[in-house]
Design a protein around this ligand. Structure first.
Ligand SMILES: [Zn+2]
Length: 409
């Protein structure tokens, strides 16, 4: 190596150090030690409560969980008083969109972007979210701004949308260019492109809502083509079903997750339920969504109850439920109502599973979803106990991702 080259490379290293130093402002480090002290810990949905506990995090991981007195708090640790509060694993919202109000994310000032992330996601405890279809480049920009630590936020996963031919849903602006697949080959190509550009999964509109006109469904062969590409790369496929045919084609094509219930139909059939169970299909209820799709509150209530009944039917057969609200498409950010609706079909522990262990298992995030030594320090501190009232899942005091507070009340 000649001297000039050596000097140049030293300079490059020096610049790199400056760039790294300036792009990780404030405390913002995974290595910060944190001690959550005095709260009641629910380590997992099946665990007994551990009162007056200490959760110790370091390097982005949980390094100890135990009773106060059994766990020593290092002097260097940041202590968070959790007396009277409840500590659970960080929540997943497996159905969101960075859509309304998130346009042109590259040019949104950091403070504004941070505030929006907080209002929609972190103040409700979300440490991991699935964007089920928005403008991919825009969501990837938000993800980049979060991962660079410019903005405190959740882990963002994203699925790329594929629509059936002539299936442009009436609720999306007509000028919006949508990827419509007319053939299995086109669907394969679209799926490959999405995964190539760094997306994490695929979302198929197996039914597209056309207003007064009939729903446009996606053929099973097209569903299967996209599913095969995703599965070959170890990726999951979501479906927006809209009606019964949309559910049946999704199941026949091997889709992994139904991203909504189908409240306009009179429930799933026994055949559908047993097929969902057999294929380990997961269901995202999105019950709050059904309060927003019609004007008449009486009809909205009927739709919600129909969704609750479908949730109950699948859950009672042992089906996997993933929490998800379609927030970012709907503007109701508050999760209280979703918990209340889910509580009509499930116990609080099952709702906790839908927020934590079910998605971490389903998406193979093996070190996520429980408050145990060695797991990711993704945590939610609640102001009130969800075992007393499921709506308390929405009363978030702190949201912590990889040992770093990303929201505090
Ligand atoms: Zn959606």
């Amino acid at each position: 190596m000649n001297v000039r080259y050596k000097l140049a490379s030293m300079l490059a290293v020096a610049i790199l150090i400056i760039v790294i130093a300036t792009s990780f402002p404030a405390v913002a480090s995974d290595d910060t030690e944190m001690a959550l002290v005095g709260g009641t810990v629910y380590a997992s949905p099946s665990a007994e409560p551990l009162p007056n506990a200490i959760v110790l995090a370091s390097g982005g991981k949980i390094i100890a969980v135990g009773k106060r007195g059994d766990v020593a708090i290092p002097k260097s640790a940041r202590v968070v008083d959790c007396a009277g509060k409840v500590v659970v694993a960080g929540f997943w919202n497996s159905h969101i969109h960075f859509e309304t109000g998130w346009e042109n994310a590259a040019n949104i000032p950091a403070a504004q972007l941070e505030q929006h992330v907080q209002e929609m996601l972190t103040r409700w405890g979300f440490t991991t979210v699935w964007d089920l279809g928005s403008l991919p480049s825009n969501t990837l920009t938000i993800r980049q701004r979060v991962e660079s630590r410019e903005i405190p936020g959740p882990k963002i996963l994203m699925a790329g949308d594929i629509f059936p031919k002539n299936g442009h849903p009436v609720y999306l602006p007509p000028e919006m260019q949508l990827p419509e697949a007319a053939t299995p080959d086109e669907a394969s190509q679209m799926a490959r492109n999405y995964l190539q550009m760094g997306l994490d999964g695929i979302k198929l509109f197996t039914g597209a809502y056309m207003g007064n006109k009939p729903v446009v469904n996606m053929d099973t062969a097209i569903v299967k083509a996209a599913v095969d590409v995703a599965h070959a790369q170890g990726r999951r496929v979501f479906a927006h079903p809209q009606n019964r045919v949309g559910v049946d084609n999704a199941l026949a094509g091997g889709v992994d997750i139904l991203a909504h219930t189908i409240p306009s139909e009179p429930g799933y059939t026994e055949v559908e339920l047993s097929r969902m169970k057999q294929q380990h299909t997961a269901l995202i209820p999105t019950l709050t969504l059904w309060t927003t799709v019609v004007q008449d509150p009486a009809i909205a209530n009927q739709l919600v109850q129909s969704g609750v009944d479908e949730l109950k039917a699948y859950f009672s057969q042992g089906g996997t439920i993933l929490f998800g609200t379609d927030v970012g498409f709907i503007s109701k950010y508050d999760t209280t109502q979703e918990f209340e609706f889910m509580g009509r079909a499930m116990e609080w522990r099952d709702i906790l599973a839908s927020l934590t262990t079910n998605p971490s298992n389903f998406f193979h995030a093996d070190m996520n979803g429980r408050v145990e030594k060695g797991m990711d320090a993704d945590l939610v501190v609640l102001d009130a106990d969800p075992s007393a009232d499921v709506r308390n899942f929405a009363k978030v005091a702190y949201t912590i991702r990889r040992g770093r507070i990303i929201y505090s009340k």
